[in-house]
Design a protein around this ligand. Sequence first.
Ligand code: NAD
Ligand code: GLY
Length: 363
Amino acid sequence: MSESIRDIEVSLGPRSYRIHSGPGLLRDESWLCERIPHRRILLVSDENVAPLYLDRLQAALGERELHSQVIPAGEAEKTLARLGEIHDHCAQIGLPRDGVILALGGGVISDLAGFAAATWHRGVDFIPLPTTLLAQVDAAVGGKTAINHPSGKNLIGAFHQPRAVIADSDTLTSLPEREYRAGLAEVIKHAVIADPHLLHWLEARVRQIKERDPGTLADTVIACCRIKAKIVSEDETEQGRRAILNFGHTFGHAIETAGKHGEWLHGEAVAAGMALALELSRRLELIDEDYRNRIIGLMKALELPVEAPRMPPEQWLDLMGRDKKVSAGRIRFIVVDGPGSAVVRDAVDPATLHEVLQWSPSR
Ligand code: NAD
Ligand code: GLY
């Protein structure tokens, strides 16, 4: 992989856009003004990120009419009430149809601000400026926007493709260690479902990844965005292939929902969910034990949790049944059927599923 490639296209005809990744992007005034040509801007951020990066962005965007809205941080903010506050702000500043909403923050901010952009005036431009690893490789890319409903995650939302994605890799240096590690789960996911070379590459760079080596990080973000851009270009609204991006998520969302008070970060729950999805793939004889152990070994080396919490099977089924990926009453699972390859399975024998739910990687 070459460090100089920092620009990927998501090809969607008239909705095509570019993902830009690299250091210093939020400081580069002329470059930023070209990508954000809008006169009136509403920037949404959270209370952790805004103090770190809002000033530099305001300085870089200079002459523009930039309004900002800073909300508390965390998953609990992805609510209808917060969405309403953003709409109120749009109304107050008269954000026009040719205005733009920027999202400076992690996946919570890009999901929430993206949905506000999808719904204000039936859709205004949206440009995420992702500041977590998870958002740079996944949440800010591909046009899924959503808020949570008390009965489940991301149940209210829309597909609304960004106008561009601007991922400044310098912002990852201030990311708390636990958040950084959680983002690595989505990195491993991309390699497992679509790119065996990326998997080898990651295995060979565990030290550099843990040290957040800037070159390694930039290459990692671009490699994942290339994979996601290709999948999204083939299946924008998840009629088929895009579902493989949910590898580990059916189990993961159940883990996240069962955990009280944000006990599990999204990426952590996805990591433990991927361990179960790998075991399911093995029991379906799609992969062997060595391959399952290899991926779990990489997750452990990167200090990701691989052990799901103990729950009775009925609780698992209830939580997984609430997932929006349930189709015709059947829970859909993404399983791997070889290195860099994944498929959807929605007819898993209940006995097999029960065994998987009782399985532990440490036994
Ligand atoms: P997050 O947005 O909550 O950010 C994590 C924490 O890090 C927050 O406390 C935030 O304030 C802080 N933070 C962010 N950037 C920082 C920085 N550079 N320096 C210091 N602190 C920083 O969480 P996340 O993991 O980025 O995103 C999780 C969300 O993304 C979930 O709601 C999930 O559903 C969603 N998601 C969406 C998609 C999609 O395709 N739309 C894909 C994956 C995940
Ligand atoms: N994060 C899954 C998707 O974008 O489809």
